[in-house]
Design a protein around this ligand. Sequence first.
Ligand SMILES: O=C(O)CCC(=O)C(=O)O
Ligand SMILES: [Fe+2]
Length: 217
Amino acid sequence: MLATETELFEQLDFTENPLFERVITDLMEKKYSVVDNFFDAQEVDLLRATLMEKYREDDFKKAAIGNRTNEVVAKSVRGDFILWINETTAGPAENIFFSKINSMVEYLNRTCFMGILTKEFHYAVYPEGTFYKRHLDTFQNDGRRKLSMVCYLNEENWKPENGGELAIYLDENGTEKEIDIYPLPGRIVIFESQELEHEVKPVKVPRLSITGWLKTR
Ligand SMILES: O=C(O)CCC(=O)C(=O)O
Ligand SMILES: [Fe+2]
């Protein structure tokens, strides 16, 4: 019967991905997920080299608070420098980055109907002494931001003394709980943009990353 055949094809075409399944479970249970070695050492090296090349060319801008209609550079809130990544003009490193991100997005849309339609990503460099005060990623009045994603690109020997933890604030039955996540190379953190307040603690050595948002429009 036709319907059954169609169903069968849909099943054949689908391979469960344990990593993405864990991300989904984490998001449902605690609104965030940390995946180590999402990018391997070679991929991190390539992405870091690309970031540094653009940084040296001085392409980065001081990050602003707010969107284009509400642009204020507030050093007291955040001290990072950013460069938006255009997927259509992406180089080799960024293509590797987007192909992994895209396969995860497809998986999320397919298995949990997340409805992710667009995404935006930027490189970020936090020079020594900078931070990003506690905030919610919807401060830009952008309700389309569904999931926030950060991918860390520092060198292998990142130490706790370097600071720069991502602190995520959870509400556990009315009590606040802080989770500190170190920016280890290859690690990604995904969390609910509309739900979780977070901050980047002051860094003692430059901290490199790609940050982005998966959006519903
Ligand atoms: O770099 C991080 O760990 C988080 C960055 C962040 O919160 C942001 O750019 O909105
Ligand atoms: Fe943020």
